[in-house]
Design a protein around this ligand. Structure first.
Ligand code: B16
Ligand code: MG
Length: 219
């Protein structure tokens, strides 16, 4: 990579931990359908679309429903999920995120949000972060779910930056694969035993700045 011109952020698991609210809402649905849904099972639902998450959940419960019934179940889960996120505050922004984004701003780096969630704008409003992004591409603007690269390619296109000058920040295996499919550099937020394909993995943004990012990627 010769230069970094844009950073593209996933939302859930990178900027905030909404995975815990998705989990509570899916668990409640599983309980209503009379099966158990563990935290470990929840890993399969991270980063993928709402309907794919539902298919994964129903697979765990070994249940099948018509498309119409599935839409109703997804709507029900979303209603509960929205109840949780409506209570979110800026205190839930993960450590170091704002400080890191500020170092990007100081270095004139373009910033995009690329999330599979149809609730992304609602969450950004709750945590007062709408103004941090030059471009927001969410689940309402894409057809294909990660690992398809659409959400990242669309972000780069709207920013007017070529994929090879972008760095994606992702917590999900499907998201890292989507970044690779978009031919973008990427940083995994989590652990390297799970995010095995990420270019670089870190636990959090705490004490991380643009100079460190540059040192790693600019050869
Ligand atoms: P919604 P991200 C993803 O957000 C979540 O990780 C995933 O668990 C969820 O199913 C998906 O959004 C859709 O969310 O039901 O709110 O539309 O990680 O891409 O920011
Ligand atoms: Mg995520």
């Amino acid at each position: 990579m010769t230069e970094i011109e844009a950073c593209i952020f996933d939302l859930d698991g990178v900027i905030v931990d909404t995975a815990k609210y998705h989990y509570l809402a899916w668990k409640r649905l599983a309980k209503e359908l009379d099966f158990d849904f563990s935290k470990n099972d929840n890993e399969q639902l991270k980063g993928v679309s709402r309907m794919t998450s539902l298919d994964n959940l129903l697979g765990i419960g070994k249940l099948s429903f018509s498309q119409e019934e599935k839409l109703k179940l997804a709507e029900k889960k979303n209603f509960w999920y929205v109840e949780y996120i409506t209570k979110m505050t800026p205190e839930e922004i993960l450590p170091g995120v704002i400080e890191f984004i500020n170092t990007l701003r100081e270095n004139k780096i373009k910033i995009a949000l690329a999330s599979a969630s149809k609730n992304a704008v609602k969450i950004l409003n709750q945590i007062n972060m709408m103004n941090y992004f030059d471009v927001i591409i969410d689940g309402t603007k894409v057809k294909e779910a990660k690992p398809n690269p659409e959400v990242f390619l669309k972000s780069a296109e709207e920013l007017g930056i070529e994929p090879k000058y972008c760095v994606v920040f992702e917590d999900a295996v499907a998201g890292i694969q989507a970044a690779i499919n978009a031919q973008m550099n990427n940083v995994g937020i989590g652990t390297s035993d799970i995010l095995t394909k990420a270019d670089y993995v870190m636990n959090s943004f705490e004490n991380f700045n643009f100079d460190q990012l540059r040192k790693y990627f600019i050869k």
